[in-house]
Design a protein around this ligand. Sequence first.
Ligand SMILES: NC(=O)c1ccc[n+]([C@@H]2O[C@H](COP(=O)([O-])OP(=O)(O)OC[C@H]3O[C@@H](n4cnc5c(N)ncnc54)[C@H](O)[C@@H]3O)[C@@H](O)[C@H]2O)c1
Length: 266
Amino acid sequence: MNARREMGSMLEGQIAIVTGSGEGIGAGIATTLGEFGAKVAITDIDLSRAQRRVEILASQGIESMAVQHDVTDGESGKRLVQQVLSAYGRVDLLVNNAGISGRVPLEEMSDQVWDSMIGVNLTGVQRTSRAVVPVMKEQRGGNIVSISSVAGRSGKANMTHYCSTKFGVIGFSQSLALELASFDVRVNSVCPGIVRTQMWEVELGEISEAKGISIEEAWEMVLSGIPLHRSQLPEDIGAAVAFLASPLAKNITGQALNVDGGFELS
Ligand SMILES: NC(=O)c1ccc[n+]([C@@H]2O[C@H](COP(=O)([O-])OP(=O)(O)OC[C@H]3O[C@@H](n4cnc5c(N)ncnc54)[C@H](O)[C@@H]3O)[C@@H](O)[C@H]2O)c1
């Protein structure tokens, strides 16, 4: 393999599913995968978001399809896979990206908040992977990349629920990597640091209120904790996913890759 020649079109002909990709990091991942030649199923619980993303990608010359999909619902996952197979005939890459976040001390955390976090961020990864695995086994090849977090690497106060899911995603991926290795299906995780999506806008609002500072001052405070002193862009996470899904990473499985500007080291 000539790595330099391979890179521009390293996902040419591949069919990818990216969950929760109407907005945020998932949208960035879908864009990057498309730029490397993949066709992408944009799935989201909010169909109109997915449809808007498909229009944006089309304007960039990227072929994609919108699918309404709730990652917590196994039947919805099966329907998703059928729709993608009908349209494109195969599934080479699943990116488990859909997720929710929040901060609340344990003793104030309702069962509903805990269950919903586990449901979307962890059970959602299991449900969607389970729907895709038979197809990849049959193809004798494929990639699953799940979006964990730096919160899957070390604990964060008031995030017992979120951290439990993100540590869980890494354990799930390591186990599945071993289960599927003989089918040449690789399973990895990516751990983003701080990406200013809607998820972080909510956090910034909370920090600014708690500290009595403006949103932009709160953002500067967050950035000052990153050794490279810059946030990560959705496309940075997309680049890591594209690499892991590409032939360049053919010997990488069961790994978790931090894309965090050094945040976890500091
Ligand atoms: N933003 C960050 O700094 C950051 C850092 C580390 C990890 N992450 C992880 O990256 C992933 C994406 O986060 P984001 O910041 O883009 O979030 P976001 O809130 O901006 O976007 C999440 C998307 O997922 C969709 N979604 C929510 N619940 C769903 C469900 N049940 N089924 C299908 N789709 C659903 C939403 O409609 C939305 O389009 C999450 O797993 C998150 O935990 C984010």
